[in-house]
Write a protein that binds this ligand. Structure first.
Ligand code: PLP
Length: 356
């Protein structure tokens, strides 16, 4: 196993007030870094004080966006740090790296490095209801050349950020969604299934326009015909129709969420019929009109489940169900967060202890 150098800092930061902390605004005392070049592979692993880094102005990432990231969380259960399916995140990181022609990581080394960092930063995992330590692993090309070709050198880093629950205890809210019919997020054969920076840069304009119209997020349609459901903001989408669950099938332009996968596994086990299919927007709209669609929700690590209260489809506004959180979204939220917090039995073996 690789050696990780620990560069200690003298002054530790003060922990933030978790009741007011904004998502992704506070970082812990330390971060993990490693470097890659062809001769040495991944090397120079360090846990060092969190702070600015130096890169060349010509670094490939700044000009040609060779960058991928991950997002997962650590939870505190009876004073012990645990992770939710981290193997899935590092496997997806490698699939993203492959798609972007970047150097792959060793998934076992990456998880070992994360655990070492968490052992040092354990006190930063907040313990309040719905709170956790958000983990942001990322890789970028830092070779200094303006030639358009894959970088020869890379950096792998992990940052840790304490986050509150998106919803305060027991009061999961609903979001208002604008169905985007002008801009697209990803196209067939593109990089939509990679967690790569450019996808998010491309999505910001639509998000800005939707916010200007009073909506929280956009629902993306496919990039070719703009007829089929893809995702909602940076989350996967589900809906409940006649008591059965529907979600778009993974088609190359949809990000394969760990939350999506977990919901499907849990729901099937709980006896729900789950359909992964190519879903026309007109099917969803018809179901909202005749009342057979009773719930719509987004799914992702940050919110776990984000119920949709209202949808704007080509200017027509639909209230989903009675506009409040539905029973299926509530059941999924309670179960998944319960497994993460140690309150629900981990029958699927999703929890990984940091100290083992
Ligand atoms: C990260 C992400 C998701 C959700 O993935 P999780 O692994 O569940 O957090 C969905 N869509 C997009 C575009 C994403 O970036």
């Amino acid at each position: 196993m690789m050696e990780i150098k620990f560069i200690e800092r003298k002054d530790l930061k003060e922990k933030p007030d978790m009741s007011t902390v904004k998502f992704g605004s506070q970082f812990t005392d330390y971060m993990l870094t490693a470097s890659y070049d062809e001769a040495n592979g991944w090397h120079d692993w360090r846990i060092e004080p969190y702070g600015p880094i130096q890169i060349a102005p010509t670094a490939v990432v700044l000009h040609y966006a060779q960058t991928v990231f991950e997002g997962l969380k650590a939870y505190s259960v009876d004073g012990e740090a645990v992770l939710f399916r981290p193997d899935q995140n590092f496997a997806r990181l490698n699939r993203s790296l492959e798609r972007m022609s970047m150097a792959k990581i060793d998934e076992v080394e990456a998880l070992t490095a994360l655990k070492e960092l968490l052992k040092i930063e354990k006190d930063w995992i907040p313990t309040g209801e719905g709170q956790s330590l958000y983990i942001r692993p990322f890789v970028f090309g830092d070779d200094h050349t303006l030639g358009v070709h894959p970088s020869d050198t890379y950096k792998f880093m992990i940052l840790l950020s304490p986050v509150g629950g998106l919803f305060s205890a027991g009061t999961m809210g609903t979001t208002k969604i604008y169905v985007e019919d002008k801009f697209v997020r990803a196209v067939r054969g593109g990089v939509g299934e990679a967690k790569t920076g450019g996808n998010y840069a491309a999505s910001m304009k639509a998000q800005e326009v939707a916010e200007g119209l009073g909506y929280d997020q956009v629902l993306w349609l496919d990039g070719v015909e703009q007829k089929y459901l893809e995702e909602v903001g940076a989350m996967n989408i589900f809906f409940v129709k006649d008591g059965e669950l529907y979600t778009p099938e993974l088609n190359g332009s949809i990000l394969p969420g760990v939350t999506r996968m977990s919901i499907i596994e849990f729901a099937k086990d709980a006896g729900y019929k789950v359909h992964e299919a190519r879903i026309p927007l007109t099917d969803l709209e018809a179901g909202l009109k005749d009342g057979s669609v009773t719930e719509v929700f987004g799914a992702g690590t940050a919110a776990v489940v984000a119920p949709v209260g209202e949808l704007n489809i080509h200017g027509n506004k639909y209230v989903v169900g009675d506009g409040n959180v539905g029973p299926v979204a509530q059941e999924i939220y309670t179960t998944l967060t319960g497994i993460q917090n140690g309150k629900v039995e981990d029958k699927f073996n999703w929890i990984v202890k940091v100290d083992e």
